[in-house]
Design a protein around this ligand. Structure first.
Ligand SMILES: NC(=O)c1ccc[n+]([C@@H]2O[C@H](COP(=O)([O-])OP(=O)(O)OC[C@H]3O[C@@H](n4cnc5c(N)ncnc54)[C@H](O)[C@@H]3O)[C@@H](O)[C@H]2O)c1
Length: 448
């Protein structure tokens, strides 16, 4: 991969070193930029300076070790470090409240502190996902408390972060970056920065708000499309049709600039983005007297999937004459999707809660999730191994199919007779399902 050449080399401050910030900071440093990471969480900063990361992201620890080892990445809680950089990236958390409105506390605090250290000539780029207008009406005035004017003394732009956990580092090096500035010079500066820093295509937008909208449009589409996949799965189940077979064939029709692209059904949608961004859309529209239906419907459909998944388990157990209250159920994989340990807004929580509520004895195991967080969230001490979790189980529910689970030898699992395998996100191929049945398992998937 080409590195930045000496005259182009930029120094960057990354404010907010969570999932996104740590990946961005490590990637920029690896590409040759001098990066200072800033976060209010002292323990996180200390860990990152030791190249340790509390997030499970493929290759991130190796990248951090290279970046810290080369001296190009250092982290601190002290915003004074901002004074020495050319570019400031803001990547703090932007959750929504129950009513869909932005909880702007992290963003406000970060901007207020940044304003004390901002200096003339710097480029500030907001990457956190926000409702349209936030960069202009929230971030700009807070930064201008510095006495400097956006567009005149410093440049201000918005570039959404569109990476997905689990594939974050590869996507950072390849996904086109969207950039919209408060004026043409800010857009140009952001465009030039991203092109040099990441070597990727840059899509320059005509306004800040257009750039903000791109991110919301992406996640609105994704959530709604998963909702379609989920309802298609329920529909297929009525007719004993395999939804994956249908989706594969349905997606071959050319449409727009690609093809029909129905996304895969599962136990549900989780994580910090897809569960909130459609509500950001819905709420911003409602504040302007527009009732956006699809964003809310997508959310509601997907939110029902954990309960639906639990019901599938009860249905299969009932066919075997087993009642939920006397069933032993092993849940493998608790994270919100495959190959991450992230438990934020995980749909597995709703499924596990429904199983427990019905009286089942539930064991849980996730090799990627933090044991203490699992215990806190699910109220169950996690089993140390697959074998421990599935002992005498009437059902093995695979709710996140991490790579480690691909090696499971189902024939050797110490489960009960006629054990149900509930496939919540493994998407087992037909041959695998046949082999499970040959071993005496009962297979049930979402829409399969
Ligand atoms: N997680 C994802 O996959 C993903 C993907 C794309 C976009 N996003 C968006 O990126 C943004 C960041 O998401 P994340 O998942 O990294 O969040 P996160 O909660 O993991 O990280 C936020 C970080 O900001 C720090 N922080 C809070 N207030 C601060 C302050 N005043 N000064 C400095 N640091 C402060 C926190 O300590 C935390 O480490 C959000 O807007 C999110 O919607 C997330």
């Amino acid at each position: 991969m080409s590195q930045l050449t000496e005259p182009e080399r930029k120094s960057v401050a990354v404010i907010g070193l969570g999932y996104v910030g740590s990946c961005v900071a490590a990637t920029l440093a690896d590409r040759g930029a001098v990066v200072v990471g800033i976060d209010t969480d002292g323990a996180l900063v200390d860990a990152l300076n030791q190249s340790c990361c509390r997030f499970q992201e493929q290759e991130l620890e190796e990248l951090l070790a290279r970046a810290v080892g080369s001296g190009r990445l250092s982290c601190t809680t002290d915003y004074a470090a901002v004074a020495g950089v050319d570019v400031v990236l803001l990547i703090v958390g932007t959750p929504v409240r129950d009513d869909g409105s932005l909880d702007d506390r992290q963003l406000r605090a970060a901007c207020t502190t940044l304003a004390k250290h901002l200096r003339e000539g710097q480029l500030v780029v907001l990457k956190s996902t926000v409702p349209l207008g936030s960069t202009r009406s929230l971030v700009r005035p807070l930064l201008e408390e510095s006495g400097l004017t956006a567009g005149e003394d410093f440049q201000l732009a918005f570039s959404p972060e569109r990476l997905a956990e689990g594939t974050a580092l590869a996507e950072l090096r390849t996904l086109p970056v969207v950039a919209g500035g408060i004026d043409a010079a800010s857009t140009k500066a952001a465009e030039g920065f991203w092109r040099q820093a990441l070597g990727v295509e840059v899509l320059a937008m005509s306004t800040l708000e257009a750039a903000e909208c791109v991110k919301l449009a992406d996640n609105w589409w994704i959530d709604l499309n998963i909702a379609l996949g989920n309802e298609l799965a329920k529909f297929c189940a009525l007719f004993d049709v395999d939804v994956l077979e249908v989706i594969k064939a349905a997606n071959t029709v050319p449409k727009g600039t690609g093809s029909v692209n129905i996304l895969l059904p599962s136990v549900g949608v989780g994580g910090s983005c897809l569960t909130k961004d459609p509500w950001m859309v819905w709420r911003s529209a409602r504040d302007r007297d527009l009732d956006i239906r699809t964003a809310a419907v997508g959310r509601e459909v997907n939110a029902r999937m954990p309960g639906y998944t639990a019901q599938l388990i009860f249905d299969e157990l009932a066919k075997l004459g087993k009642k939920p209250e006397s069933a032993r159920i092993a849940v493998l994989g608790l994270a919100f999707k495959n190959n991450t340990g992230d438990l934020r807004a995980t749909p597995t929580k709703g499924a596990v809660d429904a199983l427990i509520e019905a009286g089942a004895a539930v064991r849980v195991h996730d090799p990627l999730a933090d044991d203490t967080s699992v215990k806190e969230m699910f109220g169950i001490r996690p089993s140390n191994s697959v074998a421990e979790a599935v002992r005498d189980a009437d059902c093995v529910a695979i709710l996140a199919h991490h790579r480690a689970f691909e090696a499971i030898d189902y024939g050797s699992l110490p489960v009960a007779k006629s054990c149900v395998v509930l496939d919540g996100r493994a998407y087992f191929p037909a041959e695998k399902i046949e082999s499970l049945r040959a071993l005496g398992f009962v297979y049930r998937g979402i829409g399969r």
